[in-house]
Design a protein around this ligand. Structure first.
Ligand SMILES: NC(=O)c1ccc[n+]([C@@H]2O[C@H](COP(=O)([O-])OP(=O)(O)OC[C@H]3O[C@@H](n4cnc5c(N)ncnc54)[C@H](OP(=O)(O)O)[C@@H]3O)[C@@H](O)[C@H]2O)c1
Length: 302
């Protein structure tokens, strides 16, 4: 007891607190509540800085990393592979395959393993299933699913997941029709502000089926940088029924700020706090880029 008190007394910066972990689905992996997401630092930083950022994340207790075949035209996987040389087996690595065909998916997954300098990934997502057409391609014969199952049988993939950004009905349906083991979906307050959060529709189904739940869009793809503080945005997402929040950063300073927030004692915002943040969230997301705004404008003013 005295030792604990002494250690706590020594901690003057929240950064030095232990990283909270949560079981990732039923995989037997305790994931840091923050997962370092790709397509940010890895596309914006040269090799040495990208590697330094990953090593800082590891030092701070992040043990789970998210990338994808298409991020930065392969730069994301390549830099993650460089940074994890020699420590691959101590961390959780997930990537994503975007090709919907059997042959195309096989080729992409082989390339991913080479770039990541590993012979297995812990979790392979079918990337971005966001409309009916993609749903049909994936669930059809000779699709990406067959290729993934073969890779899993050969030991190159440990678990299978699906990610989606926009169409919650499609995601809710596909996880009931195929035994995916993990889902990556929007669980940000900004999504809630535009009524396209997956919290009510996808999360309960995923949990009922024993799946891992990974959250994204915590900061609305960076829009929350115009908020008074990013802290409530993290507290909202971490207060949902999720295992880990996937967040991208473009600097060590952003990484450290996010880790500080995640390490502090967590309390989910109350309903009235959420209501206050929602109006700010709507205000700052007027800056959606055109492509994304097309998706969300239908929800506005409802
Ligand atoms: N379908 C999919 O599978 C899919 C799609 C998208 C993303 N993802 C994954 O999810 C991760 C997160 O992506 P997201 O789109 O959901 O983005 P997000 O986490 O909502 O926002 C990340 C962005 O927020 C900004 N940011 C981070 N920390 C900050 C801080 N402390 N203060 C101010 N700004 C801060 C940075 O923007 P700036 O770079 O502008 O500074 C960063 O790039 C990605 O890295 C990726 O791994 C998956």
């Amino acid at each position: 007891m005295a030792a604990i008190l002494e250690r706590t007394a020594e901690i003057t910066d929240d950064l030095d607190l232990p990283m909270p972990q949560r079981p990732l689905g039923k995989f037997g992996w305790n994931a840091s509540v923050l997962t370092l997401g790709g397509v940010k630092w890895d596309t914006m930083r040269p090799d040495d800085e990208a590697i330094a950022l990953i090593h800082r994340a590891l030092e701070l207790g992040i043990n789970t990393f998210d990338t994808a075949f298409i991020y930065g035209k392969g730069e994301s996987e390549r830099k993650l592979g460089l940074a994890l040389e020699g420590i691959r087996r101590k961390v959780w690595v997930e990537t994503k395959v975007i090709d919907r065909t059997y042959d195309g998916a096989k080729e992409q997954m082989e390339t991913s393993l080479t770039r990541l300098k590993t012979d297995y990934v812990d979790l392979m997502f079918v990337h971005s299933v966001d409309d009916e057409e993609q749903y049909r391609q994936i669930m059809g014969p000779n699709s990406v699913i067959k290729a993934i199952e073969e890779f899993r049988a050969a030991g190159h993939i440990r678990h299978i997941g699906v990610s989606g950004h926009w169409v919650k009905d499609v995601q809710a349906r596909i996880i009931q029709e195929y035994p995916f083991e993990a889902v990556l979906c929007p669980v940000g307050i900004i999504n809630l502000a535009y009524d396209y959060s997956f919290v009510d529709s996808v999360l309960p189904i995923a949990r009922e089926r024993g799946m891992a739940v990974l959250a994204m869009k915590i900061l609305g793809a960076g829009r929350a940088k115009n908020a008074r503080s990013v802290e409530p945005y993290f507290r909202y997402t971490l207060g949902q029924d999720i295992d880990t929040a996937v967040v991208g950063v473009d600097s060590i300073a952003q990484l450290e700020e996010n880790v500080r927030i995640a390490k502090r004692a967590q309390r989910a915002p109350t309903d009235s706090e959420i209501a206050a943040i929602l109006s700010e969230a709507r205000e700052i997301t007027q800056e959606w880029d055109e492509g994304e705004f097309d998706y969300v404008k239908g929800y506005m003013n409802q």
